[in-house]
Write a protein that binds this ligand. Structure first.
Ligand code: FES
Ligand code: FES
Length: 207
């Protein structure tokens, strides 16, 4: 049987493999125990983020400070951390408008902005515009005009219409269409969306 240790005291190949196997087994057991403990102990399901920074956001009038990795988008911060799920993740690449929110009074795609870049901003989502019991005029008109089918694009449209009417409360159909040019409805409910938006503009009640 060959010597397992060389004269210089170096590990033989056999010793190395044996030692590595033991280490892997130990780390697997430890990993299982750690994850079991983590599952049992930790209330939040989100693991501690490496390199996280504090991000302050005021969302729908409420102040939040979140510990987030710099790579987290505003959309993920809203949906995954604050459970504000009105803004939808559809394309996640700035093509559809489903994630539109108001940031400091202007409409933006939340999927295209890092949360750190929204630090200390005021965010308004569709949840902050009204409630089922007390809808905004735009929300009301969307219901009256049946401005949705699956409804997935609806929060984005409501927010874009809100942005248009905030700027010009008596916006015309053309102005509303231009303001919603970045929103896509895959169900093809455009006509009803625009009818609802024009009705909101004609109501004289603003956004
Ligand atoms: S999800 Fe943001 S633009 Fe489509
Ligand atoms: S209502 Fe379905 S995508 Fe617009």
């Amino acid at each position: 049987m060959p010597e397992e240790k060389s004269a210089k005291g170096e590990l033989s190949r056999r010793q190395f493999i044996r030692a590595s196997g033991a280490a892997v087994a130990a780390s697997t057991v430890a990993g299982t125990l750690i994850s079991a403990n983590t599952k049992a102990d930790a209330a939040p399901t989100v693991p501690a983020a490496i390199g996280a920074v504090d991000v302050s956001l005021k969302v729908n009038g409420k102040a939040h400070t979140l510990s987030l990795q710099p790579r987290v988008t505003l959309l993920d911060a809203l949906r995954e951390r604050l459970q504000i799920t009105g803004p939808k993740r559809i394309c996640d690449r700035g093509n559809c408008g489903g994630c539109t929110v108001m940031k400091d009074g202007k409409p933006i795609y939340a999927c295209m902005m890092l949360a750190v870049d929204a630090h200390q901003s005021e965010i308004l989502t569709v949840e902050g515009m009204g409630t089922p019991e007390r809808m905004s005029v735009i929300q009301e008109k969307f219901v009256e005009h049946d401005g949705l089918m699956c409804g997935f694009c609806t929060p984005g449209f409501v927010t874009s219409v809100h942005a248009v009417l905030q700027k010009n409360p008596s916006a015309t159909m053309d102005e509303i269409r231009r303001g919603c040019a970045g929103n896509i409805c895959r169900c093809g409910t455009f006509n009803r969306v625009f009818e609802a938006a024009v009705a909101a503009a004609r109501s004289g009640r603003g956004a």
